[in-house]
Write a protein that binds this ligand. Structure first.
Ligand SMILES: [Ca+2]
Length: 377
């Protein structure tokens, strides 16, 4: 289904950078109910897609059709919860495993992010053998900040989580509490076990699954194609959104160091990240306030052939300002290049690069979510 094509040229932008490629936008599907994540199935150009309400779907590149996949986990879609990220396993060709994060209740009032996997039986259009690999602890009575994104690296699965909207901005905040997996990146074996070499494994009073902590709400995460490092983007509080490179055992500061301000009064509630404060500073951040911030969702390094000028650039979805950010990355630093899809009103929720065509696929948030594709004009 090709509903519309909008052609856009970047040549008129002020940035003196290699962004002269003009692109066109195709809407491949519209009217999607709260799509949240997309991922290409290995060896194909077909996309698997989550919808936050709890549905799974497959977009078939050949036919252009989207069809439902049954067998998704039961979710609690209150607030920001529901069926969230999905990624095919590194051994998908052998196992058919897809990994997912979702929110489910674990008590009358408590809910939490779950990490699990299932086998995708494509012929039967269903998931089977669903396994819960990890329930994030503790569960909290809150509908906010579940994260979450999944990335694989070095034979492990990483999940980026959220702080559940905790408003205790003291050193006792859940993101600073090593007993709490909320506000952390966790690292597990593909079977969901805690690796012995995790930084806090075997430590009293610490959750062994934690890999890094001091995060607020991670809704974008990907692996650098050359360094192999895991990059993430997290929501700040009224600005202060960050891009971070994940390091083993790192404390990323929230809420004791932040570039954001309080929503209520616009006051700083913590000093900004600065050298020597003991926290890992972001590689890039957006300022406080609401005019130029970057509530992120979905990110990927561009590695296709279709846009040679963008090779190695980082793409990040911006929810609030409704564009897809394009950033030049050199040696771990970022520089903004362009705002793709700017002015079209789409809250960008996730982005992926077609493994065979090198085109850029995005989904937009909301009850009229869209699957769109950017290609060179
Ligand atoms: Ca931080």
């Amino acid at each position: 289904m090709r509903l519309s094509v909008v052609a856009i040229s970047l040549a008129g932008l002020a940035a003196p950078v290699a962004a002269q490629t003009s692109y066109q936008v195709e809407t491949l599907a519209a009217g999607l109910d709260r799509p949240w994540a997309i991922a290409f199935l290995p060896g194909t150009q077909d996309l698997i897609m989550t919808k936050r309400g709890g549905a799974l779907a497959l977009w078939d590149h050949g036919s252009g059709q989207i069809s439902p996949i049954s067998g998704a986990p039961e979710v609690d879609a209150r607030g920001q919860g529901g069926l969230l990220d999905i990624q095919p396993a590194p051994d998908f060709a052998e196992t058919g495993h897809v990994y997912m994060t979702w929110v489910a209740r674990v008590s009358a009032t408590g809910s939490t992010t779950h990490l699990g996997r299932a086998v995708l039986d494509r012929d039967a259009a269903r998931l089977r053998d669903l396994e819960v690999l990890h329930r994030v602890t503790p569960a909290i009575d809150s509908g906010a900040h579940f994260g979450s994104r999944i990335t694989f690296g070095d034979g492990y699965v990483f999940a980026g989580l959220g702080d559940r909207g905790s408003k205790d901005f003291s050193p006792n905040h859940v993101s600073q509490d090593l007993r709490s997996e909320n506000g952390a990146v966790i690292r597990l074996t593909l079977d969901g076990e805690i690796p012995d070499d995790n930084p806090f494994a075997g430590h009293d009073g610490a959750a062994g699954a934690i890999w890094s902590y001091g995060h607020r709400n991670i809704q974008a995460m990907t692996r650098h194609p050359e360094s192999g490092a895991i990059w993430l983007a997290e929501h700040g509080e009224a600005g202060g959104d960050e891009v971070n490179i994940v390091t083993r055992g790192g404390n990323y500061g929230w809420p004791l160091a932040s570039f954001g301000v309080t929503y209520r009064g616009g006051d700083e509630f913590a000093p900004p990240h600065r050298a020597g404060d003991g926290f890992v500073a972001p590689v890039y951040h957006w300022p406080a306030g609401r005019d130029d911030h970057f509530p992120p969702s979905g990110m990927v390094f561009y590695t296709g052939d279709a846009f040679p000028d963008w090779q190695g650039h980082l793409l990040i979805g911006n929810l609030f300002h409704r564009y897809l950010g394009l950033f030049d990355e050199q040696g771990g630093t970022l520089a903004p290049v362009a705002r793709l899809l700017d002015g079209q009103g789409h809250r960008i929720r996730d982005v992926a690069v077609g493994p065979q065509d090198g085109l850029i696929y995005v989904i937009s948030d909301g009850s009229d979510g869209r699957l769109m594709r950017l290609s060179p004009r």
